[in-house]
Every structure is written in C-alpha cells, then in structure tokens.
Design a protein around this ligand. Sequence first.
Ligand code: IPM
Ligand code: MN
Length: 369
Amino acid sequence: MGKNYKIAVLPGDGTGPEVVAEGLKVLAAAGKKFDFTIETTEFNWGGEHYLATGEILPDDAVETLKKFDAMYLGAIGSPKVKPGVLEKGILLKLRFDLDQYINLRPVKLYPGVETPLAGKGAEDIDYVVVRENSGGVYTGMGGVMQENTPDEVAVQNWVYTRKQVDRCLKFAFELALKRHTAENPWRGLSEEDRKAGYTAQLTLVGKTNVLTYVCGLWERAFNEMAKDYPTVKTSYCHVDATTMWMVKNPEWFDVVVTENLMGDIITDLAAMTSGGMGVAGGGNLNPEGVSMFEPIGGSAPKYTGLGVINPLAAINAASLMLEYLGEKEAADAIQKSIMFVTGNKLKSMSAGKMGYSTSEVGDLVAANL
Ligand code: IPM
Ligand code: MN
C-alpha cells in the first residue's frame, strides 16, 4: 500500500480552477501508476469568495493549512477586486505566515517549445532560480506621510536578516549539489572547472555596486558559505547584467540564487525564454513545514471558462509537488510525459493555439505517463 498525501487545493480565480483540475487529473494518474493516493480538500478563497462574503481569508486559514502535506494553488487575482487586496491578503500572507522562504522556479525549455531567443534550444535553457520568499521589500515595512500632497513622502524598507539570507543560501548550495546528476552533468562548467574538481555551480544575483548594505550582506554570507561547499563553483552577477545574460547566454546558468524582488523580476523574463506563463510552474517551499505549489502565471481572466488555457504550468507545479513529497519517480515520469506532449502534440504553448483544449492537454499528459 503506497502513501496517502493530504493536499489542500486552492483553485482560486479566473482560469485557476481549470488548470488545477488538469493537474489533479495528472496526479491521480501518476498515483495509480506509482502507488500513492492524493486526498484533496478544496478551499474556495479568492475573488468570488471575497466579493460574496467580504472575507479574504478566515482567521484560522493558516492553522488549517498547516495540517496538510502540501498545498496546490491555481491563481489569485480578479479584475473585480482592487489590485493588491487578494495578492497581499492571500498569496503573500500564506507565503509569509507559513514561512515558505524559498520560491523555487525551474526554467526549462521543453522540446518543441518555441523560445524568443534566436539560436537557443532545449539544451541551452535548463536552470533553476531560487528566489528568497520571506523578506526584502515584500516585508511591507515602511509607510506614507502627507499622502496626496506635493510633500508626500513614501518609504518602503528593504529588510534582510542574516538568518534569512543564510537559510536561503544553504538551500541553494544543497540544490546545486543535488542537480549534479547523470542526466545533467556539470552544467555550465568548463573542462578546466571539471579538472579543478568542481561538480556544480551556483550564481548569486544582486546589486553590490549600489545597494551595498543589503547586497553586501548577501555577498558576505554567500562567500562564507561557499567555503563549506568546495565542489560548488560560485559566481556573482549584478541583476541588470543577469537579464542580459539570461537572454544572451542562458546555458551559463544552473542554479541562481537571489533576493525576493530581484527574483520576482528575473523569473518573469526567464519564464518568457522557456515557453511563457503557460509552462512555468514553481513552488513556495518551507523545507521544514508545508509548501505551496503554483503555476507562475496569473488568473488570465479573459480566458476563464473557455477551455483554452495551457495547463502545463499547473501540471509542472504538480510534478514539483510530488518531487518535494518524495515521489521523485512519479515527478520524473510527469516531466518525461510533458516533454513528449510538447515535442509531439502541441502546436503552441499559447492559450487558444495549442491545437487541443485545456482538458485534452491534461488527458495527453496523463495518458503518456
Ligand atoms: C509572483 C507574483 C506575486 C509576487 C504577486 C502576485 C504578489 O508576481 O508570484 O511572482 O510578486 O511574488
Ligand atoms: Mn511575479
């Protein structure tokens, strides 16, 4: 008898429920094949619930969610609600209160998927961004004075503690070691690097030339921790230059680690280089607690109910969830199935242009596990 996983499902707004349904379909199929079961409990928090009841999240939401093995989220955000209310009140609140301090965002160009990067293929775009997810300007520390006057003053503090930085860096160093597998040997390392004994590489992204206090802290902590990982080749890139290299030389990257807002920005760029929001999934991880997996894209309200949205991002998020639940074999099988489907079936990754409906894409991934 395989394991049973208790999953809190938050389908959310817009096309969220449609893509989550496909992810659950693939999870169920994977469970049959690899001998585990997924027991879901649905929570209908989001735009509609807020408009109907005035409640963003119930007071006991966080305590309730802590009892699950993982959380699976569709999308949060509705055009009928003022921007920020649901994003801050649900998505960011859950990330913070559940201390999901890692936002893990794989960037992988699947076979048959078009990239806007001329001359680059699936072998060039395959890295992971570790975005710090609990601090930075997202902390919301600061304020406004004399609002709506010519003398208005606004301050938004960029806050990091050494502990926050260290736990994120530790995760990234360990991930760099873990990604060094037979299928992914010495990515981004030169022949000389290999001879020098390096088996993995990790890039810190910051802005140490200007933001000297916070990025200085990250850089010092990074260099100190690097001493404990002698086989990980470390490098540093300013965030502006990173956007350039992600376009020009994405093959240089294997594991990238950065702070919250910089990670937010570079992962949208990275997602666009690898098939866009229809494909990119990620995880908000609390390695010691409950983690939440989600497609990176938004609720895409204009496509709601049409059955045309690409569910691969949500299916990718589901596969990442299995990996972190310890079902690595099943996660790998989903990855292979996605590769088969993108390489042989879908005409495009864009909504309405796939050549298949949302639910047919889910069927294809489930059938080819
Ligand atoms: C993301 C999103 C969120 C963020 C928003 C919706 C609050 O852009 O998950 O990247 O900024 O983290
Ligand atoms: Mn974002």
